[in-house]
Design a protein. Sequence first.
Length: 464
Amino acid sequence: MSAFVLRLDCTALPSYMNDVQEVVRAFSPYIIIDAKAEGLLSVAADMTEGGAVRVRIASSHAPEVEEICPAPHKGELEDKRIFKSFVKRKLYSYCNRLTGISLPYGSLTGVRPTAVYYRAIGSYSNIIDYLTEEYDVEPLRAKLIADVVAGQAPVYNFEGSGVDVFVNIPICPTRCRYCSFISTEYARVRKLVPAYVDAVAEELEAIGDVIRRDELKVRSVYFGGGTPTSLSAEELKRLVALASYGTEFTVEAGRPDSVTDEKMRALAEGGVTRVSVNPQTLKDSTLAAIGRKHTTAQFYEAYRIARGYGFNINTDLIAGLENETVDDFKASLDGVIALSPENITVHSLSVKRGAALKEEGVGRIADGRVKAMTEYAIAALDSAGYIPYYMYRQKNTADGLENVGYCKPGKQCVYNVDYMEETNTVLSAGAGAVTKYVYSREGRFERRSNAKGFEEYLRRAGKL
C-alpha cells in the first residue's frame, strides 16, 4: 500500500500530552510525518466546563472525529494520565482506520509495556482482556506482558530498598552496523584505555564509599557497554575487584572474539556470576554483513570457555538482521536453545539514529517477517522451558515489536528487572553512564549523567 505523507499538528494539545504524537510515528512507514507535506493530520484536546476532555482528530484523508472523556476525578496526576491515554487510544483508532494497519501493541507507547499491567493490578480481574479492549494490544502480546510480570515476580522488589551498580565500558572490537550506542572501536582509543580504567576505578571507589557509609544493600552489579571484555584480563580484574559485593554480578562478554580463557578466569575469580556471550545470529554471512568480526565457530568456542567457569550464560539474538529469512532466524534460535544457556534474549531489530544502517537509508522493517520470527521465539522458548521475565520497546523497531529476555526458572537476572522496571536506585560509573535515584514512596526519579564522549569523560575526570 502507498504511504500517507502528512504534516502532524499537535500544537493544540496540553503540554502533558507531549508524547501523543508517538502513536502516529508508530504507524511508519504507512504514515510518514513530513513538515513540508501538503496533507495534514491534526490532534487537539481541551477541557470542558465539567472537567472532561474533548479530543478532535482530523486529516486530509478522513472525516473529523470528536470524542469526550468524562472527568475521572482521581486526582490531578491520575486524571492527566487517564486523559492522555484516552487521546492516544482515539488517535490509534483513527490511524488504524486510515491505514487499515493494526499494531501489535495498539496505542501503547513508551519503553515499558509492563507499567500498564502493574497499574491495573487490583482494578481489573482480567488484565489481559483490559489490555486488548482498552489499548488494542493483540492477544499474543497482551499475554506476553502478563507472562513477563509473572516471570519477574520472584525478584521484583516493590520496596525499592536496594541499589544496583552499573559500569559502562563503551569499547568494542568493531562497530556493528545496527549499533547506535555511544561506543568506540578499541583500536581508536587503545592509548586512552589505561586512563579510562583509572577514571572508572576512581568512580567505583567513590560508589563503594557511599554504599558502605549509607549501609546500602547491593542487589546486583552489571558491566555493560560496548563490550567490557575488550579490556585486558588485568584491567577487568582490577575493576571487578572494586565492584564485587558478593551478589549477582554480570559482565557482558558480548563479542565472542573478545573472550579468552584468561579473561573468563579473571571474572570468575573476581566473583562474576553471569556473562553474556552474544552471537546475534548463527549465520556467518550475516555476521560479516553487520560488521561483527567473528564466526559462528568462534561463538561456540567462546561459549565453551565461559561454560567451563560455571557462569550463568545469556545469549542475544536479533530478529530482522538484513537479508535473513524466518528460517534463518529459526535455525539460530534452535541452535542456541540446544546449548541450554540460562538466559536467551530476543531483540527485534531497531534502526536508530547514529547507526550505520540508518545513515545508509535503511528504514523500519514492517513486512511481517520479524513478527513471524518473534512469534516462533515465543512458542519455541516456551516449549524448551524458558519463561519471559523482562521486556522493553524502542522506537523504530521492526514490525512495532519488542525485546524480551527469557530465562530458565530461577535464573532471572536481577539487574535486568530492577533497571527495566525502575524499582531501585542504580549507581553508575563510566562514560555515558546514568545514575538514577529512585524514590519509590514519592514516585519520582532523579538522574545524574556522566559525559557521553570517551575523551570528554576523561577530561572531566582529569585524565587528559
